[in-house]
Structure formats: C-alpha cells, structure tokens
Design a protein around this ligand. Structure first.
Ligand code: FAD
Length: 413
C-alpha cells in the first residue's frame, strides 16, 4: 500500500453534508484553503428533508441561497400538527422574531448535491468516495489518513479539522468522545411515496405531523417532484410489534393511525422503507486542540421539530468563523463562543422535545384557547430562532412552557 501526503491545507473537512459544505464556503470566503473528504458519491440519499427558516440565513451568508432557489424545491410556510379531529397550525409568516418567513422541503440527495456543486464552483475541492480512517494530532497541525474504495491510503496535513461526518461520527469514534444521549432511544421508519392524493393548498406547503399517541407520530413532507416523504417515529417496542418485509411492516404501522391510513391509502412506495434506530447522539466534547465537531457528528436530538439541518448549518458556519479567527492569530474562547452558544439552541430544542414526548406540548398545541402573542413566540422557536433571547419562549424556555401548560390546565378545570 502506498503512503504519501497529497497536500497541506488550512482546514480539512470530513463530510460534504450541509454542515461541511457551509463551513467550507465560509472558510473559502475568508481566504482559507479547504479540502472536503466525502465517503459517498453524490447524489446520495440522506434523511432530514424539512428545513427551518433559520437555514435561509445560513445559506445566504454562505453565498448558496440563489443556487438552492434555482432548484425549484417545494416552499415550506409552516408546520401543522394533527390528532384525530384536532389540528394546530404554525404559520411562519406569523412569528415573534423578525426573520425569514419560509423555507424549503427538499429531497436531500438533490439538496446536498446542489450545496456540494456550489462549493466546488467556489473552488473548494471535494474528494468523493474517500473515507477518513485515522487522524493524528500534533502540536500545530494534524495528519489525516484517507482511504479510497480499493483501500489505497493517502494523507492530508491540515492546521484544523472540522468533523462534519454526520452519523459517521468520525472523531467521536477515533477519540472516544461518544457519550449516551440524555434522550431515551427512539427509532424511525421512512420512505417516499408517489403522492397521487396530495391535498390542494396549505398541507402541500407544510410539514404535517400526525400524532398517534404521546410517543408515536408520523411526518408527511411533500416535495415539488410529486413525491412525499413519510416517516414514523416511535419507541423501539412499537416497531417490534410489526412483522413481514419492511414495506409490509410500514404499511401495517400506517394503518394503525386512521388519519395517516386515509391520507396514504393506495400510494406506492418509491423505495423499501429504511429504519434508523436509537438516533439521539451526544459527545463529551465539541472541540479540542486543532478540531471541532459540527452537525450530527456533535449532537443529534430528535426529528420532531426538524432542527437537525438548521443545527448542522449553525454549527458549520460558526465553526468556520472561529477557525478563521484562530488561524489569523486571534485567541478564541471555544468554550463560550462555540459550546455555550450551541448549547443555548440545543437546550431550547431539548425543552420542547421533552415537553412533546411527556405530552405537555401536545396539550398546549391542541388546546382550543390560543394566545396569539404566545403562539408567535412558539412559532419562532419552531422556525429555528432559538438564539433570539428577546423571545421569552427562548430565554426562559423551560419555565415558559411549564407555566403555560399549568395555566391551560387550571383554565380547563
Ligand atoms: P450529513 O448530512 O449526514 O453529512 C455527513 C456526510 O459525511 C455524509 O455525506 C457522509 O457520507 C460523510 N461521511 C461519513 N463518514 C465519513 C468518513 N469516515 N469519511 C468521509 N466522509 C464521511 N433534520 C431536519 O432538519 N429536518 C428533518 O425533517 C429531519 N428529519 C430527520 C428524521 C430522522 C429519522 C432523523 C434520524 C434525522 C432527521 N433530521 C432532520 C436530522 C438530519 O438528518 C441531520 O441533522 C443532518 O442531515 C445533519 O447534517 P450533517 O451535515 O451534520 O451530516
């Protein structure tokens, strides 16, 4: 086997998902040399298809918004939650935070390829079908070993490494940074359907969440290509009740939820359903000397509020700015400027996720008494503006949700 250095770069990025390509774009804008190493060949499937308006800020800053606009993806104007004959609609035009009022619903194969192609157009090299297998850090730089499909190894030297490898979680594995998530293990089954029965109007321009019970829910994410993404999230024990092929199991699961059964009856699946188990992930550290973790390689919570891609972009863009400053000789306080900042958003989402699964938020959402001011504030959380501390439902997220649910409980007795 041949061993040689192919190049020396300022920043090596593992993975060409949204975290990796946005970080690369920002670094390139700032004049840094970057190399992305990507295990797959694009386009490749990925889950995480419903974006949040917050993503638009990042796409704009990375100079990629126009390229995405040109793809004609389905516009998304809100999120609708349904349970039996109850419904709660969040419209992103009716928000507390002055911000983007819409975003997209995207087949990730095309979306990620758009970002990667745009990164390449900006002069960022992406080495596809190469896997990062090892990284050695020394005082002022690092040497990363990459392997092609035939097992041929080469090495890249870099001053800084961004791990944007998603569930590949390269650095957490190599540096033993994995730690159990504080969220209970949940699993998901999903596919795309050829959607011949899409309702006219609002529901085509939203993510629709159908609640089965407090732990079990189904997403519907319509795309502009005539397909709709459908996924079920539940405790692992729910999935064990169903037998047969993956398609038979998923159809039987859908049939247990009347609203979903009615909406999806007779629709063909585009591919055999995929199962992801125990998706919540966490790490002991988000950075170290010469590296940082972004997106799913750092922490992944839960898909209920579609926060994954927003968080991937937020961490990718922020990491790039901090690395640029550090390479420029400035001292960066990674603990406060990176960890504490990201934790603010993660902790806010965690409150809403926990409140969803303990039933508190479902009680709030489906309560007929709606305070328009509070609804706007919660809508901005669901739009991804979880760093807007002028929003009381962000600043004091835990307390605000608890007090609201207690108030509604008292009002209903
Ligand atoms: P990715 O997009 O996963 O990119 C990582 C890249 O790294 C991949 O291309 C991979 O091939 C590459 N890679 C991995 N290992 C290596 C290696 N060793 N060497 C080189 N390259 C490597 N988020 C939303 O915003 N909206 C949703 O609706 C949503 N739904 C979800 C539903 C489910 C069931 C789950 C589990 C997640 C969902 N998410 C959603 C989360 C979303 O999928 C992720 O948060 C997002 O894709 C993370 O982006 P990333 O850039 O960190 O990683």
């Amino acid at each position: 086997m041949q061993n040689k250095y192919i190049k020396m770069v300022d920043v090596l990025i593992i993975g060409a998902g949204p975290a990796g390509t946005l970080a690369a774009s920002l670094l390139k804008q700032k004049g840094r040399s970057v190399q992305i190493i990507e295990k797959a060949i694009f386009p490749r499937f990925s889950i995480g298809e419903s974006l949040l308006p917050r993503c638009m800020d990042h796409l704009q800053e990375a100079g990629m918004l126009e390229a995405v606009k040109a793809q004609g993806f389905q516009q998304k104007f809100g999120a609708k939650f349904k349970k039996d004959d109850l419904a709660c609609d969040f419209d992103f035009t009716d928000q507390f935070t002055e911000s983007w009022k819409w975003t997209w619903q995207v087949p990730r194969a095309e979306f990620d390829q758009t970002l990667a192609t745009e990164a390449e157009k900006k002069g960022i090299p992406i080495l596809y079908e190469h896997t990062v297998t090892d990284i050695q850090f020394n005082d002022s730089s690092s040497v990363t070993t990459i392997e092609d499909k035939l097992g041929k190894q080469t090495k890249v030297a870099a001053k800084f490494v961004i791990d944007a490898s998603g569930f590949g979680r390269v650095l957490p594995r190599l540096l033993q940074l994995d730690t159990p998530s504080d969220l209970p293990p949940r699993s998901s089954f999903f596919t795309h359907v050829i959607d011949k029965s899409r309702p006219e109007g609002q529901e085509g321009e939203r993510i629709v969440i159908i609640v089965h019970d407090v732990n079990t829910w189904i997403w519907l994410i319509p795309f502009s290509n005539g397909k709709t993404s459908v996924g079920i999230v539940a405790n692992p024990s729910f999935f064990q009740e169903f037998e047969g092929t993956q398609e038979e199991r998923m159809r039987a699961m859908i049939d247990t939820v009347p609203l979903a059964k009615e909406r999806l009856a007779g629709l063909d699946f585009d591919f055999e359903p995929i199962e992801i188990t125990a998706f919540a992930k966490k790490t002991k550290a988000l950075y170290g000397k010469g590296f940082c973790l972004t997106g799913n390689a750092s922490e992944f919570l839960d898909p209920i509020f579609s926060s994954g891609v927003s968080f991937a972009m937020e961490s990718g863009v922020l990491s790039a700015k901090l690395i640029d400053r550090e390479l420029g000789g400035e001292e960066v306080d990674w603990e406060s400027e990176y960890v504490n900042y990201l934790q603010q958003g993660l902790e806010t989402f965690k409150t809403y996720i926990n409140a969803w699964y303990d039933g508190t938020l479902q009680t709030i959402f489906f309560n007929p008494q709606t305070n328009p001011t509070i609804k706007k504030q919660i809508c901005s959380v669901l739009a991804g503006y979880v760093w807007d501390l002028s929003n009381p439902y962000v600043k004091k997220h835990k307390r605000a949700v608890k007090v609201l649910s207690q108030f509604l409980e008292m009002a209903s007795t």
